[in-house]
Ligand binder design. Structure first.
Ligand SMILES: [Zn+2]
Ligand SMILES: [Zn+2]
Length: 223
């Protein structure tokens, strides 16, 4: 995805700061997780299983949100819509015109927008109070926001002709969005397979005609 009118220095500075703050919070969370985990694990042998399930569910939720935002940006509003117009709508629409442009974006330009929208939620949930339930709940949001943060990077990797070997392996194992899978979205009529984190929800949502139905509802078009 490319930004309108190039990539100004102020935007780079803002997004680089957001990414630094984002990873500082990830670091803080991991620190509190390490210091709290052993004590909590003694109280509940199921905690590890619980955390794996939360992580899985969080990753799938991030995939769904990536699809929903992508669907809305492809089909509604216009590039002049305040904030979302420039950050998402223009970017997604241009991406259909020139799908390879995203591969020329450096790390900050690729990930800045998703980081900016993730940051308020991440900070809020990091400071949520900590009973065991809250702890796992906060863990869920940590993985969710990491998934959202990684989405555009994963999307970029799916457009590379020669991704790094580890990335190619993750794509082959379908742990992240595989290029051939994402290519289905880039084929006319461009109305399916919107999810771009891991894409696990694309086939089931297509079987349900979820996005086609949602488009009709939002356009109030029941022909
Ligand atoms: Zn699209
Ligand atoms: Zn794409």
């Amino acid at each position: 995805m490319q930004n309108q009118k190039g990539y100004p220095a102020w935007q780079f500075a803002l997004e680089a700061t957001a990414i630094t703050v984002f990873f500082s919070y990830i670091g803080l969370f991991v620190y509190s997780a390490v210091t709290n985990y052993s004590a909590r694990a003694e109280q509940s042998s199921l905690l590890s299983v619980q955390l794996v399930l939360y992580a899985l569910f969080a990753y799938i939720t991030a995939d769904f949100v990536s699809g929903l935002v992508h669907f809305l940006a492809d089909n509604f509003g216009n590039p002049e819509t305040p904030f979302f117009g420039k950050v998402f709508i223009y970017a997604f629409r241009e991406h259909h015109v020139d799908p390879k442009a995203i591969t020329h974006h450096a790390f900050v330009e690729t990930n800045g927008a998703n980081c900016l929208v993730s940051l308020p939620g991440l900070i809020y949930f990091h400071h949520a109070s900590a009973s065991v339930l809250d702890y796992t709940f906060r863990f869920y949001f940590l993985v969710f926001y990491l998934g959202i943060f990684l989405t555009n990077q994963i999307h970029k990797w799916s457009h590379l002709d020669n991704p790094p070997r580890l990335i190619a392996a993750l794509q082959r194992w379908h742990l992240i969005l595989p290029p051939a899978h994402h290519a289905i979205h880039h084929a006319a009529p461009y109305d399916k397979y919107y999810c771009i984190t891991c894409g696990w929800l694309n086939a089931p949502l297509q079987q349900l005609h979820f996005f086609q139905a949602l488009k009709k509802v939002l356009r109030w078009d029941f022909r």
